[in-house]
Write a protein that binds this ligand. Structure first.
Ligand SMILES: [Fe+2]
Length: 496
């Protein structure tokens, strides 16, 4: 096998590791709070083979499912490839057969028609099952105890959509999962599927609608009343794909949209509200109803945050110059022609985390990743090709911020949230920190680092971690992660 390209997608914290390993009883510094009992699952893209094209990107890498298992104060670590159809075909051939990111026209002819998804974006827990998801295909079910891949998930044959989002939303009271899939009817189709699964994991509703253009809909939000689809002008184009080009190109001149409908209503009730042109948001923190008002809190940037999506759209803007903010969009649904009213809530950043209990409801605080103004540059890498080096806790009502930095040159991954049983306690955050092995920045070698899992009191992030779990390993950058309690694991549909 040849060498991996020496681009941002394969160096630093994106250095391929390709190790399926299990380590028991990791070294722990400090005291792990007793109520942290369960598993932190992480989605880690890690190419099993050198890519077919030099300009391959991190998001195209095979999904691995990683797990930090917390049991009586001990922590174990496991990581396995998701055995997708694509992974199995390439494993057999001992080489990459799938070409450019989300472009089947660049594949080896031998894999024509084989499912291309790499299931590398978000571990989702619902209805007693664990899924590894990526928005270009259906989820793959994973046994949460063995990390073995059980197979593609289609709700016992009921799901029509060919795709399933990596960002469903679960109502904490009803236990229902609200989800969608775009390009639901095939490559570059305008079809969006909107689905609901009940708390036991049965599909109760699936409706299709068309979006204004074929955009990447990465995330969406729910409130008590509404399902809300934020749509930004990063577009797919079939002719570009057929010519071997990229799936996505950002269009700075095109308007954005909010599609909003009653969450238990019909898609024919969808209202389309025009938003500002050129902006982009991959993740929304939360949304909630306030009388007739709907508040939507987004990690908003003035253009697309992914360099390869800007480049395909002819936008020449360096990563570090992109402006943005944690932003609130408020819409008055009592108006005949509702408009978006925008105000900033906090500094720019992404990878927000909300307590599960606050989903779709008025909430007081959340967490997200950002840059520490005093921190210096973080390690290169990450799914976007730019890492963060600070964790923020924000009180959304007054904008009050608390910041936790990381050591010089280190990078921080999206935290998972573990609720506390203690009333008034914010709970705990679990976050992987990649720390360079050489403290002197001039001596640092890309990819030479060690990863630690930090456990942070979610109400006092500025105090830093209460415990550190030392893996002794350099872990490749994750995309998203999720926490699953021991109680839920014990009641899982698949057992060990
Ligand atoms: Fe995401």
């Amino acid at each position: 096998m040849g060498a991996f390209p020496q681009t941002i997608h394969f160096i630093g914290s994106n250095t391929p590791r390709r190790l399926e390993i299990s380590v028991r009883n990791l070294d722990v510094e400090g005291q792990i709070p007793r109520e942290i009992e369960g598993a932190f699952f992480r989605a880690v893209p890690d190419s099993a083979h050198t890519p077919m094209f030099e300009d391959d990107i991190a998001l195209n890498a095979d999904g691995m499912v990683a797990r930090f298992n917390f049991e009586n104060g001990a922590v174990d670590y496991d990581i396995r490839y998701v055995e997708t159809e694509r992974y199995k075909a390439e494993k057999k051939a001992r080489r990459a057969l799938f070409g450019r990111y989300r472009n089947p026209f660049t594949d080896d002819p031998s894999v024509q028609g084989v499912d291309r998804t790499v299931a590398n974006t978000t571990p989702v827990w619902h209805g007693g099952r664990l899924f590894m998801t990526k928005e270009d295909g259906r989820g793959y079910e994973i046994n949460p105890h063995t990390l073995e891949t059980a197979g593609k998930w289609d709700y016992y044959g009921a799901l029509r959509s060919e795709t399933f989002t990596a960002h469903p939303r679960i109502d904490p009271e009803t236990g229902e999962m609200f989800f969608f899939g775009y390009e639901a009817g095939g490559l570059c189709s305008l079809d969006v599927a909107y689905g609901i699964a009940d708390k036991d994991g049965n599909l109760t509703s699936e409706q299709w609608f068309e979006q204004p253009y074929c955009a990447t809909i990465h995330d969406f939000v729910i409130t008590g009343k509404y399902a809300i689809f934020p749509i930004f002008p990063t577009l797919a184009d079939l002719e570009r794909l057929k010519a071997g080009g990229p799936h996505w190109a950002h269009h700075q001149d095109l308007e954005s949209w909010i599609g909003i409908m009653p969450r238990y209503g019909k898609v024919s009730e969808m209202k389309w509200i025009k938003g500002p042109p050129g902006v982009s948001s991959f993740h929304q923190v939360n949304a909630y109803d306030d009388g007739d008002l709907v508040h939507i809190d987004l990690c908003l940037t003035e253009t697309n945050a992914f360099g390869f999506m800007r480049e395909a759209g002819g936008i020449d803007k360096p990563q570090q110059e992109i402006q943005g903010a944690l932003t609130r969009w408020t819409i008055d649904m009592s108006q005949a022609d509702p408009q978006i009213h925008e105000r900033p809530l906090g500094p720019p950043g992404d990878l927000p985390r909300l307590a599960d209990a606050d989903q779709g409801r008025p909430y007081s605080h959340a967490w997200y990743l950002s840059m520490n103004p005093q921190g210096g540059p973080p390690m290169p890498g990450g799914p976007v090709g730019a890492n963060f080096n600070a964790l923020l806790r924000i009180e959304v009502g007054n904008g009050r911020l608390e910041l936790m930095g990381v050591p010089p040159g280190a990078a921080i991954s999206e935290p998972a949230h573990v609720p506390s049983s203690e009333p008034g306690h914010d709970g705990w955050l679990l976050s992987v920190i990649d720390i360079p092995n050489h403290p002197d920045p001039s001596q640092q070698v890309p990819g030479d680092y060690t990863s630690e899992l930090w456990i942070i009191n979610a109400g006092e992030v500025a105090k830093g971690p209460v415990a550190k779990v030392r893996t002794g390993l350099p872990l490749r950058s994750q995309v998203h992660g999720t926490w699953v309690s021991r109680e839920k694991l014990n009641a899982s549909k698949l057992q060990a």
